[in-house]
Design a binder for this molecule. Structure first.
Ligand SMILES: *Cc1c(COP(=O)(O)O)cnc(C)c1O
Length: 412
């Protein structure tokens, strides 16, 4: 970024202060609080001298042409950079999946091997088997809980590792410190899909990873009304990500950037509230006889809780649980009986959501259900806890559990 600016907060300031101040340079906001929505394809030059000069520099914060963004997008990117200690910059993408694809296509070349955690987001897995394969890149999946096995898989052709913690759907917490150390020692570019924790809960770059990717669609947007992704990295990798994103023509709309900025301002308090409610609900569920296991890293005694406590400074409202035995019809009855939870994909919005999850279908090298769980305990549910009152959500879940167990034919 070129100029001095009055509103750039110190990195040492607390996350709340940085969230409020970030991206609000005077030159972008003018006399108002938020950067206006600059709708622009064409950027006009004063004269030919300015045109010649302007065409020479491909840097952030310089007007050129709409595909390189304008102050609304620059403000969001700068705000995200300030939230991720160690980042030299942030690239915005039109979705979280585009951010993952843009990142992988930056760091991988034909002949390379990508190591991917076996509990990754399903479209990431599909990218390995499809897009990357078509470009001559091989994806090998590893058990995120087996760090020795992970290191043993690293060979000359292994170029990068894609991690996600906790894992999508099954919520395992890996030893992220150990995985970062191995990746560094063995020269892998390490990428974390950090959508669940965000840098507020897991400052991935500070913890030794190279690229921190987020689906802004989830927590940062926070209101279920936009699609966007981001990748933050140190200066050198950032510059490569930015170049590749320009090659691929990635750009986000200024309207969506403004919405994401609005969401970002309340990210911390929404995460705190969701985490608190999720914990209460997880506690309630763990005491129910119908539930075999609650997969919520914030819950003391739950799988991964100790590692989560060691490495994370915050959680969120997304977690899963598994019914004790039962049938898929019973699970359907439970979900249909919920009144306060919408049935739908995505998460991280202000409203609570529920979806059925069957992790067994998206695994290559790890077992589901995992060791220690009965094979019949296989019907899972994922909840995204929103900003409703936790006591209401608990009451709703309690009545739905009651309906689930109702004898067949007597559901209503
Ligand atoms: C939703 C999600 C994505 C993809 O984000 P989109 O904006 O929907 O493309 C990536 N990673 C994780 C962990 C997600 O939950």
């Amino acid at each position: 970024m070129a100029d001095e600016h009055s509103e750039k907060p110190e990195l040492s300031a607390g996350a709340g202060t940085r969230i409020v101040k970030a991206g609000r340079r005077k030159e972008w906001t003018g006399p108002v609080v938020n950067p206006p929505i600059w709708r622009a394809s064409t950027h006009l030059y004063e004269d030919m001298a300015a045109h010649r000069e302007g065409s020479k520099h491909n840097e952030d914060g310089r007007f050129f042409y709409g595909r390189r963004g304008a102050p609304t997008q620059w403000a969001l990117a700068e705000a995200l950079t300030l939230l991720e200690p160690g980042a030299g910059g942030t690239v915005l993408y039109p979705s979280g999946v585009a951010a993952i694809a843009g990142t992988l296509l930056t760091v991988l070349r034909p002949g390379d091997i990508l190591l991917m955690t076996d509990n990754a987001y399903d479209p990431s897995r599909a990218m390995g088997r499809g897009l990357l394969k078509d470009f001559g890149i091989e994806t090998r999946f590893f058990d995120p809980l087996d760090t020795t096995g992970f290191e043993a898989m690293i060979c000359d052709r292994a170029r990068a590792v894609l991690l996600e913690c906790p894992g999508s759907l099954s919520m395992e917490v890996a030893d992220m410190a150990e995985l970062a150390a191995i990746a560094q020692r063995r020269g892998l570019v390490s990428i974390v899909d950090n959508t669940w924790a965000s840098p507020l809960g897991f400052p991935a770059l500070e913890r030794g990873f190279d690229i921190s990717v987020m689906a802004l669609t989830k927590h940062v947007g926070g209101h279920s009304d936009l699609m966007m992704g981001s990748a933050s990295a140190g200066a050198e990798l950032y510059s490569k990500l930015r170049k590749r994103a320009q090659n691929l023509g990635h750009v986000v709309s200024p309207d969506d950037a403004a919405l994401a900025l609005r969401g970002l301002r309340t990210l911390q308090i929404r995460l705190e509230r969701e985490t608190q409610s999720a914990l209460e609900i997880a506690q309630f569920l763990s005491a129910r006889p119908q539930i075999a296991r609650v997969l919520c890293p914030m819950l003391p005694g739950a799988p991964g809780h100790e590692l989560w406590k060691r490495d994370f400074s915050g959680g969120c409202g997304l977690f899963s649980f598994v019914f004790r035995g039962g049938t898929s019809q019973m699970r359907d009855r439970f979900i249909d009986a919920l009144k306060l939870f919408g049935i739908g994909y995505s998460w991280g919005g202000y409203e609570s959501l529920v979806v059925p999850v069957d992790p067994a279908q998206s695994r290559s090298v790890t077992a589901w259900p995992p060791e220690g769980m009965d094979a019949s305990d296989c019907f899972g549910v994922r909840l995204s806890i929103g900003l409703e009152d936790a006591s209401d959500l608990i009451r709703d879940i309690e009545q739905a559990l009651g309906q689930m167990s109702a004898p067949e034919g007597n559901v209503r």
